[in-house]
Ligand binder design. Structure first.
Ligand code: AP5
Length: 219
């Protein structure tokens, strides 16, 4: 894939596999927009909007927020962005209906998904990562075992207190993993059949995974 303006990369993978970690870094290092539907929904919840209120019960249960809500959210978010800027999607699309809607929105801007990176790691690794995760309200992700902040409990960038997500309890994580297998795994075939899927081993160190991801998407 050529490093061109307007490149679109989708990060696909189970909860805790590292989509947010790698998506933030791709955005920062390549100057791309990082669009995480999980972050957009959490921001809506913090702001107390009707959308945030509606999303809360699904998120707390580990279920997917309905497609029409998510598609409207992404459409609105992309509407304010320069289509010439690269973008990395993290946690979106999550269903075939969302992928089809994304294709439609991008086609309207004269672009398309260039690559979908499927990040893969075994379940015990995912549980360990999720149990140690702490997040800043701005979206930066830390891990008390693997990637701690300089000052315990606070974001290095903003100084804000770090959050332990409510949906990171083991029972909810089991639901989220099942939802991934049922609703999101069909996207593997969707993108594979279009020649857009690249698999990235995500078990190693964050830097190793990042290097593999860059190579996989051709940057
Ligand atoms: P969302 O926030 O997207 O959660 P998720 O997809 O379940 O993914 P996670 O955020 O849990 O994990 P991640 O892969 O980003 O891993 P991370 O980089 O944080 O969605 C939350 C909820 O919102 C959903 O359940 C749903 O209700 C709703 N939602 C969101 N999008 C939706 C959509 N499109 N449709 C419908 N509903 C939607 O890493 C995890 C931890 O591991 C961190 O602590 C990190 O520091 C650490 N780590 C990462 N990589 C490594 C590494 N290589 N080595 C060691 N540690 C690592």
């Amino acid at each position: 894939m050529v490093n061109s303006a307007g490149t679109v990369v989708v990060l696909l993978g189970s909860p805790g596999v590292g989509k947010g970690t790698q998506g933030v870094r791709l955005g920062r290092e390549l100057g791309w927009a990082h669009v995480s539907t999980g972050d957009l929904l959490r921001a809506a919840r913090r702001a107390g909007t009707p959308l945030g209120h509606e999303a809360q019960r699904y998120m707390d249960a580990g279920e997917l927020v309905p497609d029409d809500v998510i598609i409207d959210l992404v459409r609105e978010h992309l509407g304010g962005m320069d289509p010439g800027r690269g973008v990395v999607f993290d946690g979106f699309p999550r269903t075939v209906a969302q992928a089809e809607a994304l294709d439609g929105v991008l086609a309207g801007e004269g672009r398309a998904v260039n690559a979908t990176a499927l990040l893969e790691a075994p379940e015990p690794v995912l549980f360990r990562r999720i149990s140690g995760r702490r997040s800043s309200p701005g979206g930066r992700v830390y891990n008390v075992y693997f990637d701690p902040p300089e000052r315990d409990g606070f974001c290095d960038d903003t100084g804000e207190p770090l959050i332990h997500r409510a949906d990171d309890q083991p029972e909810t994580v089991r639901t989220r993993l099942a939802v991934f297998r049922e609703a999101t795994a069909p996207l593997i075939g969707y993108y594979e059949s279009r020649g857009l899927l690249v698999r990235v081993a995500a078990e190693g160190h964050i830097d190793q995974v990042y290097a593999a991801l860059l190579a996989a998407v051709g940057e």
